[in-house]
Ligand binder design. Structure first.
Ligand SMILES: Nc1ncnc2c1ncn2[C@@H]1O[C@H](COP(=O)(O)OP(=O)(O)OP(=O)(O)O)[C@@H](O)[C@H]1O
Ligand SMILES: [Mg+2]
Length: 295
């Protein structure tokens, strides 16, 4: 497979496949990011775990939705083994389509302020970690630089038109429900999740990674008032305990934190797939990827 690096994101690197311009190879590194900052310390196995979880999720969705997923090929350079996903190349829509089934995180903060979340009114009397009757759609912009901006339904319509806005909302909610059902069959809760969509040959398809602990909040059982996160929230909480909320010098990630992140991601994969991660292709060498290039 002849590859050409075309973009490097915070966690993943995107390669064009020379003999097939309709495909891309997305390589998940062991980088970890929070508050739009990429940390120097790698989380060994994270890239392969993300690829394994996302592949399992695309497989679980089956043919219920149109997606970009092709497979996790094994005819790739050794350092990419188990961390590279072959996908259909899409013209991406720059919206982070978030679905939430529970009241946590920034949704809880917003609800506490005025009872609404990004223009969606919720019933009164809800508490932190409560399950919402229906999942809500809380999209944000996907910014090239700087922080993503929350969008109300009206703002999304103004940016992308009423028809696309409606389709993104419906698809996001339906995919969230399908994945959340799959999670609950395995004793896990998909608390909230972020999706990205793109156009492939005129079709609107689900792209990017899905249902991973980088793109979602995940717990065993129900979240409740003090959830034990199995996702990147572990890093955000650790950073905030160390006095870091996105500005200034970030603390150095220690071994204990890195192991807890690794362990959580591994639990998610093994619980959902019923398989041991030891049987997933590739080795345990840290892979921080190539130098970041402009996308
Ligand atoms: N099928 C696809 N075709 C084209 N691009 C895709 C496809 N699926 C995902 N992408 C893009 O690949 C990139 C994956 O990299 P990653 O998630 O690490 O980046 P990011 O941190 O989310 O954002 P940025 O690229 O702005 O740094 C994202 O920009 C995502 O939108
Ligand atoms: Mg991303």
């Amino acid at each position: 497979m002849e590859l050409e690096l075309i973009a490097s994101g915070k966690v993943r690197e995107v390669y064009a496949v020379r003999d097939d311009p309709t495909k891309l190879l997305m390589v998940a590194t062991d980088r970890i990011s929070a508050y739009d900052r990429v940390f120097a310390e790698p989380v060994i196995d994270k890239g392969r775990l993300l690829s394994a979880i996302s592949a399992a999720a695309f497989t679980a969705l089956g043919d219920r939705f149109q997606t970009h997923f092709v497979d996790v090929p094994i005819d790739v350079p050794a350092q990419f083994l188990g961390r590279a996903t072959l996908v259909k190349r899409a013209a991406m829509i720059p919206v982070e389509c978030v679905a939430r089934g529970y009241l946590v995180g920034s949704a809880w903060d917003a609800y506490r302020t005025d009872g609404t979340v990004q223009g969606v009114a919720l019933p009164t009397g809800l508490g932190f970690g409560d399950r919402l009757k229906e999942p809500i759609f809380t999209p944000t912009t996907k910014e090239e630089t700087g922080h993503d901006r929350p969008l109300t339904p009206l703002e999304l319509r103004d940016l992308h038109g009423i028809e696309l806005a409606q389709r993104l909302e419906e698809l996001t909610k339906a995919i969230y429900v399908a994945l959340a059902t799959w999670f609950s069959e395995h004793g896990l809760t998909l608390v909230d999740s972020k999706f990205e969509f793109g156009w492939v040959d005129g079709d609107l398809v689900l792209a990017d990674e899905i249902a991973t602990p980088d793109s979602s909040r995940i717990v065993r059982g129900e979240p409740g008032a003090s959830p034990e996160w199995l996702d990147k929230q572990l890093l955000r909480d650790w950073l905030s305990e160390h006095g870091f909320r996105g500005d200034g010098q970030a603390p150095v990630l220690n071994g204990e934190l890195i192991e807890s992140v690794q362990g959580a991601y591994r639990q998610v994969y093994e619980t959902l797939s019923g398989r041991s991660f030891d049987d997933w292709p590739g080795g345990h060498d840290a892979y921080r990827g190539v130098d970041r290039v402009q996308s």
